[in-house]
Design a protein. Structure first.
Length: 124
């Protein structure tokens, strides 16, 4: 889960956004679309055209879920770091007004530049 105090999340890998879009449909506003989805062990992060949504799966059965909405309108700055030869993970840091920094680690096969471009298209 996202630790809003320390800004950390587990390593995320790409996942099919369609099942998460179905799950999130009751929470999405008119004309909001799911663009990208990433999954950790149990938790997920979804990028829409309006916001980043963190899905924290809770409990033994995983039926209880916490949905944290982080709107792009509250982003003050962001940073992307690509994977390297010895550091195979890509990283995204986002500074939110009133929240602070959120740090997301992605497995090496994620094109972090695409995520940075998505954020830029909706923030700038």
């Amino acid at each position: 889960m996202i630790d809003f105090q320390n800004g950390m999340f587990v390593k995320l890998g790409p996942t099919d956004p369609r099942p998460l879009a179905t799950e999130l449909a009751p929470l999405l506003i008119d004309n909001e679309q799911v663009y990208l989805a990433f999954k950790g062990m149990r938790d997920s992060v979804v990028f829409t055209n309006k916001r980043l949504i963190a899905i924290n799966v809770q409990g033994i059965t995983g039926k209880k879920r916490d949905y944290s909405s982080l709107p792009y309108s509250k982003i003050q700055a962001w940073s992307v770091e690509t994977a390297g030869t010895f550091d195979w993970d890509a990283e995204l840091e986002i500074w939110f007004s009133g929240l602070g920094k959120v740090h997301l680690d992605f497995k090496g096969q994620v094109d972090i530049r695409t995520i940075g471009k998505l954020i830029g298209a909706h923030v700038l």
